[in-house]
Write a protein that binds this ligand. Structure first.
Ligand code: B12
Ligand code: SF4
Length: 485
């Protein structure tokens, strides 16, 4: 059967650079579908229309191929099944519009949607016009099974992770996560023009310009339960990982076939299994001494120590992102629920500095239960932390998170709350302790203090972004620190 998989256009987010990163999830799906005998192609609307900006019918700004252009491109391929990725809440509307436009062009082609946001709200999304099926959780096994049934012209049968609606209402079963990730074929990156991404040079995270970077995800899931974390509907709570052998074979392939020289490790908890992480890093040292890597999605600080940091540096890491989340221990332990001590954060930041390893840190403010004093304590810690760059984000009540449930129960969502405004730059939570204007002001102050205390970090960022000129980099940082709320 001919199957087209689509990565939708992305939203333009104020004060955030645009990204174009190969859709790794679709490459995994394509590999499994191909192994099952299907003919698959991938259309990434982001990279194909990267310089095009447009507004949707609600006035939201997007970049990438517009809806009609995606529908025409899909129609020309005449697929018998279309898979649409729905990775973020903020692209839900555009994915709905794509489903309708594709149906307009191709008649009754079945359309299936999956991804992080689809997994968080499968029931609601399966009711959307134009969408026939939703797959929640790992997509590989469920999609191969759905494709087999559609190809055999059978009425799809209930199976874990599959949702659909009919006259009787919505039907669906919870996902059954893949226990053994090594049974998955290596992601089919050969279906993606990776050179187009290298040329755009705007992958995830702050790394040096001009690298040939590709993303990898060596594990799925995280056993912690942070209040704002939205990955559990997608990956479950059990930690599952590829073996070190699988990961190293994948890296060998990325180097020899795609000329990659930098890896973006996108795991949620890369080092949870310390022995596995060490085996991967030792493999990098012995097999790929000139390859560099970074962790733009963060790495669990609690799992790190001096020995591991030395190996991280030796194996080519050029930036470690530390998701501290709060510089107030009470907020960290009782509101966020993250098993991390601030003394450990200080130890790891210093250790990275000793090893000459550049670092970024993420902090989140604006949580229910956080007092103004706790936010100020958190940002005081953040602005004095010895890291090269600091990112202060606003608590985002994403679908499927305990945070959203708390906000709904306590009536803390902004009156104008919308899933389409769910970005980390946007405050949609209000309590008697803070509002958006206060959070923006406090965040800007912390960023300014941190930048003044870290001229070395500022210089490193300027150097890393030299391709867009030091002046442009400084202008960007200046806007972040002083720009309007
Ligand atoms: C890398 C990444 C990005 C990259 C690009 C991702 C990409 N190309 O897909 C960039 C930097 C652009 C990005 C940006 C954002 N991101 Co992000 N990102 C990630 C991250 C860390 C990894 C994604 C990944 O590669 N996973 C590995 C692959 C194998 O998994 P996958 O893509 O999910 O695919 C699997 C399944 O989802 C499913 N699937 C996926 N598509 C389809 C399609 C079909 C048809 C089917 C059947 C199945 C299916 O099958 C795949 C294989 O099992 C995830 C967290 C995570 N751990 O997944 C967050 C995540 C997806 N991002 C998130 C968010 C919130 C954002 C932002 C909104 C953040 C912000 N700035 O405010 C922006 C939005 C971008 C925009 N401008 O529109 C949230 C989404 C939550 C939600 N419900 O909205 C996540 C889950 C992080 C989190 N913990 O909250 N992100
Ligand atoms: S440690 Fe990270 S991935 Fe794990 S639950 Fe917390 S936010 Fe989510």
């Amino acid at each position: 059967m001919r199957i087209t998989l689509i990565n939708p256009p992305y939203r333009c987010i104020p004060n955030e650079p645009r990204h174009a990163t190969p859709p790794l999830g679709l490459a995994y799906l394509a590999a499994s579908l191909r192994k099952a005998g299907h003919e698959v192609d991938i259309l990434d609307a982001v990279v194909s229309g990267y310089t095009t900006e447009w507004l949707d019918s609600d006035g939201q700004r997007f970049y990438g191929l517009p809806v009609s252009a995606v529908a025409e491109a899909v129609a020309s391929r005449r697929p018998e099944l279309v898979g649409l990725s729905l990775p973020f809440a903020i692209v839900e509307n555009v994915v709905g519009a794509l489903a309708i436009a594709i149906k307009d062009h191709l008649g009754d082609v079945p359309i299936v949607v999956g991804g992080a946001q689809a997994s968080a709200a499968p029931e609601r999304i399966s009711r959307m016009a134009g969408i026939d099926y939703v797959i929640a959780g790992d997509g590989e096994r469920a999609l191969v099974s759905l494709a087999a049934q559609i190809s055999a012209r059978h009425q799809p049968q209930p199976q874990p992770g599959l949702w659909w609606h009919d006259e009787q209402g919505v039907h669906g079963l919870p996902p059954q996560w893949h226990a053994d990730l090594d049974m998955l074929p290596q992601p089919a990156l050969d279906l993606i023009d990776v050179e187009a991404y290298y040329a755009l040079d705007c992958m995830h995270g702050e790394v040096a310009a001009g690298l040939r970077s590709l993303p990898i995800a060596t594990s799925r899931g995280c056993p912690s339960g942070c209040v704002f974390c939205s990955i559990h509907p997608l990956w479950g709570k059990r930690y599952r990982s590829h073996s070190a052998q699988y990961v190293l074979a994948m890296i060998d392939d990325l180097v020899s076939r795609h000329g990659v020289n930098h890896l973006l490790i996108e795991d949620d908890n890369f080092s949870f299994d310390r022995d596995r992480a060490k085996a991967i890093l030792e493999g990098l040292v012995s097999r790929h001494s000139s390859l560099t890597w970074s962790t733009p999605n963060g790495i669990s600080i609690a799992t790190l120590d001096e020995e591991l940091i030395a190996l991280i540096k030796k194996s080519g890491c050029i930036r470690l992102t530390l998701p501290v989340e709060s510089g107030d221990q009470e907020t960290l332990s009782t509101i966020i629920g993250k098993p991390l001590q601030l003394s450990k954060v200080l130890e790891i930041a210093r250790s990275c500095r000793r090893h000459g390893l550049p670092t970024s840190a993420f902090f989140v403010i604006g949580l229910p239960g956080e007092t103004r004093e706790a936010i100020e304590r958190s940002l005081h810690f953040a602005s004095r932390l010895e890291v090269d760059s600091l990112n202060v984000m606003f608590a985002t009540p994403l679908p499927g998170t305990p945070l959203l449930a708390i906000c709904e129960k306590q009536g803390l969502l902004d009156p104008g709350f919308s899933v389409h405004g769910l970005t980390t730059q946007n405050c949609q939570i209000r309590t008697s302790e803070f509002d958006a204007a206060l959070l923006h002001r406090l965040a800007r102050r912390a960023l300014a203090i941190h930048a003044l205390r870290n001229p070395r970090g500022v210089c490193r960022r300027v150097a890393a972004k030299a391709r867009i000129s030091p002046a442009a980099t400084l202008a960007f940082m200046w806007r972040r620190m002083l720009g309007p709320a």
